[in-house]
Design a protein. Sequence first.
Length: 487
Amino acid sequence: MTEIAPGPRTADLLARVEQLESALDRAGDRLPEAVVAATGTLLTSVRERLELGVDHTVVALVGGTGSGKSTMFNTLTGLDFADVGVRRPTTSRVTACLWAHDANALLDWLDVDTDRRIERESALDGESQADLRGLVLLDLPDHDSVEPGHRAVVDRLVPMVDLLVWVVDPQKYADDALHTGYLRHLVGHEGAMLVLLNQIDTVPPGRREELLADVARLLREDGLAEVRTIGVSARTGEGMLEVRGVLAGLVQGRSGAELRAEVELADAAAALSAGLGGVEPEPPVARAVEALAEAAGLAGVADAVREGASVERASLGPVQHDRVALVREAWLRESASGLPERWDLSIQASVAGAEALTEALDRALGEVPVPTAPRAGASRWVVPLLLGLGALGAAAVGVWGLLGTMAETDVSRWAGAAAALAIAAVVVPAMRRRRRRSAADARAQALRSAGLAAVESVVARELTAPTVAVLDDHRAVRTATAVVVRS
Ligand SMILES: Nc1nc2c(ncn2[C@@H]2O[C@H](COP(=O)(O)OP(=O)(O)OP(=O)(O)O)[C@@H](O)[C@H]2O)c(=O)[nH]1
Ligand SMILES: [Mg+2]
């Protein structure tokens, strides 16, 4: 197949196919096998069709021998490429005119010989052909031919094109070969058909309305009341502007292939989203950390550290396995809430089991240093010393005072000193007690922070990261399918 650069519409649809293919990959076994298989097949077939491009609108001129298809082709293209002759049938090979430069793959698919293709739009045309840009116009052989191969060509192409333009003439428009052979089988495809009563120039103006009404009657009888009918002359150009307007409207809209691809992509996206839940839940990180810290007895040990010297060798953990298991269950319940079972199972399989989680917590908590109160050093003799000195001084002053051997001023000086010592003996211990308490508070706080950090890191590694990875996958798949369904 010839490589073609996809036009913007094809590129857009191909991007959506890729989006769904990678969503399918990412979801993996979290979607039912049947859905994955069916969607994969559907996406492959859409991709194959898109590789032909959907930026083109294929219009075929179809009709009986000598109705004027080739003349019509030349009038619409402004070229003289299709053979028009008196010998019947004239056209035996499909002829194509492209208002495009990149439709080779499509024409290969349609099986149009390379020497029967012509490009209409050249630099010389400027914008005069812009209204038909994207059109691929085909001139077909006669469906009622004496040549047996012609009908086969028509039958092969009829289902492949976006618009069938039936070119009929005033003599043969009622032919059974047309109505029974083709039109009646096309009920339901009225939007993809147009009937041109050609050679209208050969009909006296007074009879034209009547003739067109008769064509419309026959179409109604075929079950094709909605099909548009226009009286035209490929030779004189009468009615041809209207025909060109219809084609221009069609190429500016979306081609049948594009619409089909869109429907199939929406189907694929809907099949995928049936295996998804709504918005992803938020894992209960803070609650889990709190509950696990509690299971590790962090608060109790911190309190003990605050109590000070009595705790000589406090340690964190071991955590209570049953409580860890309960925290894990609550985690799974909340993290998978609203998700289908396969996603739930995926989270269960990704996070650490209760056993492993308990071990991880024990390991992490075991590494947290538990501070103990410093042993009282030489300073613990200071207070009794001060008190002793104070008492001794006071006694000496008292004795000396009683004996009257000391000057009055000296007595009061010594008394002052003794009183200062006594006051110091009361104040210093109070200050030391306060300092000890706040140091114990700080140690307890440090232990609490370090313990929480250890629990947090275990929760992040063993629960949050694997859960978030699954939820991210779910979100990516959900977003991909939502975009495709919406557009
Ligand atoms: N008067 C008149 N003659 C026309 C008109 N369109 C085509 N013809 C003539 O009808 C004859 C057949 O025209 P073609 O264009 O070859 O018809 P065709 O449908 O392509 O024929 P096949 O290829 O054999 O199926 C030619 O002599 C044309 O000049 C028209 O609108 N008015
Ligand atoms: Mg012809």
